[in-house]
Structures are given as structure tokens and as C-alpha cells.
Design a protein around this ligand. Structure first.
Ligand code: SF4
Ligand code: SF4
Length: 233
């Protein structure tokens, strides 16, 4: 026979067993990962190196793993960031961001992207990380694989307003960096992009061949019509 509220007592018994057991048994030693802060005496004076540099953050396996995410970053391919930026400033992410913390200004002219094709680019792209809730919706909606989540977690700053508004040039990270912090996700994305590109090129080639065949058929029909006209005359 089940007693009303019996599940609550069972749950509390498990909690109590773990709580008491955590003082005696190593298996029940349930703690969160400890972040090893530098001793107070070593705290730096400027925010530039407070408290960990990016490289240190990435190698800090106690707090960062392949699945962690914090705030978004903009991707660029191999080369100069602004010459190979993927973002075309379509502003879809800006519209879809639930707390509206993305601000984009589209360029007035186009410039060549990594494939040598002219594209618009963001003249301004700011994210207010004091508002961003790390939902990743901007990543899901981007049709150009231009925005993904970063793992950088230490963004402390004494500047409450300007310091938490991350600008385009600070948001820009290379695809190599993306592979370093999220290897599986980056590899899957690269594979999908390569497959999409190959499919698009195959479709374009098939359309060009079809157009060529149609033009040839049209020319042959015109020639045949011409010949039959000459025969009747
Ligand atoms: S992660 Fe979410 S809240 Fe943050 S910028 Fe992207 S859509 Fe906006
Ligand atoms: S990040 Fe993507 S969705 Fe956002 S503006 Fe750039 S291309 Fe468009």
C-alpha cells in the first residue's frame, strides 16, 4: 500500500544518506568543480590579465569542456578576420534574439569574402553580454554559419556598461579557434558546409548543362527550319 507523500520521504532519505555519507565515503564526495583562483596577493592591477588569459581559460579543463558555452562569437575563415568574415549582416540573429542584445549596422558597400564573392559585412556588430542569456538562438537561425558559442567564461570588468558591450572585432574568432574549443561541433559543421557547397555546385552545374542542351536544341531546330524553308523555295 502506498502512503500519501511517501515519495517525498524517500527522496529526503536519499538526500540525507548522501549528506551524511559525504563526510565518510569518497564516492559520495559530491562537490562542484573547484575553480583555482589566484591567491589574492597575485591579483593583477589591470583588467587585461584578470584573472586568466584566454589561453589559460582554454586549457583549464576543470571549468571548460567541449560542451560548455557562454556568449556568442563571430567566425572568420583562414586569413585576415575582416577579409574572411562569414557574417553578411543579414540581421536575422538581431531580429530573433529574445532579449534583443545584438546590434548590427550593415555596410553600405560589398567587399570580397573568403571565396572571392562580393558580400555585405557588419560595419558594426555589438553584443551586450550583460543582457545575453546564452540561449544560442542566434546560432540556430544564422543561415551562414557565421555565429557560434564561445567558451570564454572570465569576462569580469570594473566597467559595468561599456566593458560588457562586446564589439565586432573582439567577437571575431577564427575557425581554428572554434575547432580548438568545440572540436566535434566544428568538425560536424565543416562537413555539413562542405556537403552543402558541393550540392549547390552540382545543382548549378546541372542547370548550366540543361541550359546549354536547350540552347543547342533550339539552334538545331532553327537550322532545320531554315533548311526546310530553303528546300521549298
Ligand atoms: S545567445 Fe541568445 S540572448 Fe545571447 S545573443 Fe544569441 S540569441 Fe541573443
Ligand atoms: S551572424 Fe548570421 S544571422 Fe547574424 S547577421 Fe551575421 S549572417 Fe546574419
Amino acid at each position: 500500500m502506498s502512503i500519501l507523500g511517501g515519495g517525498i520521504f524517500k527522496g529526503m532519505a536519499v538526500t540525507l544518506r548522501n549528506f551524511v555519507g559525504s563526510y565518510f565515503s569518497k564516492e559520495r564526495f559530491i562537490t562542484t568543480n573547484e575553480y583555482s583562483w589566484r591567491p589574492e596577493s597575485e591579483l593583477p592591477q589591470s583588467i587585461g590579465d584578470y584573472p586568466k588569459e584566454e589561453g589559460e581559460q582554454l586549457s583549464d579543463t576543470t571549468t571548460v569542456n567541449h560542451y560548455s558555452r557562454n556568449f556568442p562569437m563571430l567566425l572568420h575563415d583562414t586569413g585576415e578576420p575582416m577579409d574572411t568574415i562569414r557574417c553578411v549582416a543579414c540581421q536575422i540573429c538581431e531580429r530573433e534574439c529574445p532579449p534583443q542584445c545584438i546590434y548590427i549596422e550593415k555596410s553600405t558597400e560589398k567587399k570580397e569574402n573568403a571565396d572571392g564573392k562580393p558580400q555585405f559585412y557588419p560595419a558594426k556588430f555589438d553584443i551586450d553580454v550583460s543582457v545575453c542569456m546564452s540561449c544560442q538562438i542566434c546560432v540556430e537561425v544564422c543561415p551562414f554559419d557565421a555565429i557560434v558559442m564561445n567558451s570564454q567564461f572570465e569576462l569580469s570588468t570594473p566597467d559595468r556598461f561599456g566593458g560588457l558591450l562586446v564589439r565586432r572585432d573582439d567577437l571575431l574568432k577564427s575557425n581554428d579557434y572554434y575547432h580548438k574549443i568545440h572540436p566535434q561541433e566544428a568538425a560536424t559543421r565543416d562537413e555539413r558546409m562542405a556537403a552543402d557547397k558541393a550540392a549547390k555546385e552540382a545543382k548549378k552545374k546541372a542547370a548550366a548543362e540543361k541550359a546549354k542542351a536547350a540552347a543547342e536544341a533550339k539552334a538545331a531546330a532553327a537550322e532545320a527550319a531554315n533548311e526546310s524553308k530553303e528546300d521549298t523555295e
